[in-house]
Design a protein around this ligand. Structure first.
Ligand SMILES: C[S@@+](CC[C@H](N)C(=O)[O-])C[C@H]1O[C@@H](n2cnc3c(N)ncnc32)[C@H](O)[C@@H]1O
Ligand code: SF4
Ligand code: SF4
Length: 473
């Protein structure tokens, strides 16, 4: 039997565990790829040693076991061979590995999963760990659009990252075994070295996610993107009505450019997702984006949360939906599927306790600005915790006092939220609080509580013949 790592899977070996993932943890897949039901798996130390023997080229089982027997010295060859076979077959059945009776069969395995139900010894699977796996880089604040809601103040759209700093970040991150890099902006394609950034990331075997308005897409960029099976694109489309989209981006013709670029990427099989924040300007036509995306087999995420720009001016919030607008927007989306998905998320949130972390701050990723400043997430640039021109990623991740402080904040630090009956329909976010309330991470604007209460009431009364305010869970 021959085995190799699936082309769309990354494996990283850490001291105590291993981690297998496809790009869906960082990027997106097509809607009709449900058969590729992998996402992530934590592997035990011994399972990681076994997987560490694999590459993207097929190897026969016995040549792998001959290497392993030098590591696992207290087990006999046949037992080790059987354990390795069962473990690898199990991972192939889940889509992480490719296998076949010959090297050719293994190579032509494709991206599906091996149709062979197999249980695996718990010895090889591990509990989840928190570790740095992704770095979000704002390659430039320059942008050719001037979106009304943008969290980057327009006056700050004037910086480009030094390419040498970017390469240093990629190499240092890779040496720490990170998995993903996200390139965002501003508009990342405004950076003259953007193509080289993509190439270097591929050479370093990093999964890549690009957040872009796609208006500046070139043939060379498409070719490089198509060359990397671990790359995906997230683009912003606000309405299928060109006037509405362009009125948000404040760039005439941007709708046609973005739409046609989406279709080009699609024709090249490049994974993409559409992001459609809902605000006053597109509240009557955002549904057209969901329909168009669905018809083209593209995942689309709509979200009404518009957070304040990071200069604490709140000026962009004039575009945010009012509670009445939001009520209409929820009514437009309401369906059995929508309700059951919100109820499912709510069920998980109701299980959180005061000891649960408030969010994923500094547990999995960090963000870097074009100046090398490190901050917790893309919209929170007022919270600088270090700078990568003078410090290493490891120093900041492991030692920065602000990183340690933010990491230990728990839900109990928000006493009003711990037992709030609307908490299932709310995402408490320190960045949202800080940006909107002069840097105060603990102060929650009334708007978010009213939005959560209204959403819960609507979801609870869906399919209910009683009155609107019914509190049935
Ligand atoms: C800052 S942009 C950068 C990438 C690229 N320029 C684009 O627009 O896709 C990334 C995403 O953030 C969204 N975004 C910008 N400002 C926002 C805000 N205040 N609240 C919520 N989402 C916002 C954009 O709509 C876009 O989908
Ligand atoms: S949302 Fe993206 S495209 Fe729009 S102004 Fe901001 S950075 Fe530019
Ligand atoms: S609705 Fe308000 S009080 Fe309740 S969990 Fe959300 S932010 Fe906290």
């Amino acid at each position: 039997m021959f085995f190799r790592l699936n082309d769309r899977i990354l494996f990283r070996q850490y001291t105590e565990f291993g981690y297998l993932t496809d790009n869906s943890m960082f990027g997106y897949r097509f809607l009709n790829e449900d058969n590729l039901s992998v996402r992530e798996k934590y592997i035990s130390e011994s399972g990681s040693v076994m997987l560490g023997m694999l590459s993207r080229t097929p190897q026969d089982l016995d040549s792998i076991v001959r290497k392993l027997i030098k590591v696992f010295t207290d087990v006999d060859y046949e037992t080790l061979r059987q354990d390795t076979l069962e473990f690898f077959i199990y991972l192939a059945s889940e889509g992480y590995l490719c296998c076949g009776e010959s090297s050719e069969a293994c190579n032509s395995f494709g991206h599906g999963s091996y149709n062979f139900a197999s249980a695996v010894s718990e010895d090889y699977i591990s509990e989840p760990y928190n570790f740095l796996r992704s770095i979000h880089v704002e390659t430039t604040t320059l942008c050719n659009e001037r979106c009304l809601h943008c969290y980057i103040p327009h006056g700050y759209k004037n910086k480009l990252i030094d390419p040498l700093l970017l390469y240093k970040i990629l190499e240092e991150g890779r040496a720490m075994n990170i998995i993903n890099v996200t390139f965002s902006g501003g508009e990342p394609m405004m950076h003259p070295e953007f193509l080289s950034f993509l190439r270097r990331s591929r050479e370093l075997d990093l999964s890549v996610n690009v957040l872009t308005n796609l208006t500046l897409l070139t043939r060379e960029i498409i070719a490089e993107m198509a060359n990397n099976p671990m790359l995906s694109v997230q683009t912003s489309l606000y309405s299928m009505n060109a006037d509405v989209h362009d009125s948000i981006t404040q760039l005439r013709g941007s709708f046609e450019k973005t739409k046609s670029a989406v279709l080009k990427l699609l024709s090249q099989g490049i994974h993409l997702q559409i992001s459609c924040p809902i605000m006053k300007h597109n509240k009557d036509s955002f549904s057209s984006v969901i329909e168009w995306a669905g018809a083209n087999n593209i995942p689309a995420a709509v979200n009404h949360v518009i957070f304040a720009s990071y200069d604490n001016s709140n000026t962009n919030l004039v575009n945010r939906l009012s509670i009445d607008d939001l009520s209409v927007v929820i009514d437009k989306q309401i369906s059995a599927d929508y309700v059951s998905s919100l109820r499912e998320t709510a069920r998980e949130k109701y299980l959180l306790t005061g000891d649960s972390p408030i969010c994923s701050v500094f547990r999995y990723y960090l963000c870097v600005s074009a100046d090398g400043d490190v901050f917790p997430c893309a919209g929170w640039q007022s919270k600088k915790v270090g700078n990568l021109r003078t410090q290493t990623i490891r120093e900041i991740w492991e030692e920065a006092s602000e990183v340690r402080y933010l990491r230990q904040i728990k839900r109990r630090d928000f006493p009003k939220c711990v037992s709030c009956e609307d908490r299932g329909y709310c995402t408490v976010c320190m960045m949202v609080n800080a940006n909107e309330n002069s840097g105060d991470i603990f102060r929650i604007s009334d708007f978010h509580c009213r939005a959560a209460a209204m959403t819960r009431a609507k979801i609870n009364s869906y399919g209910c013949n009683y009155h609107q305010g019914c509190s049935r869970e």
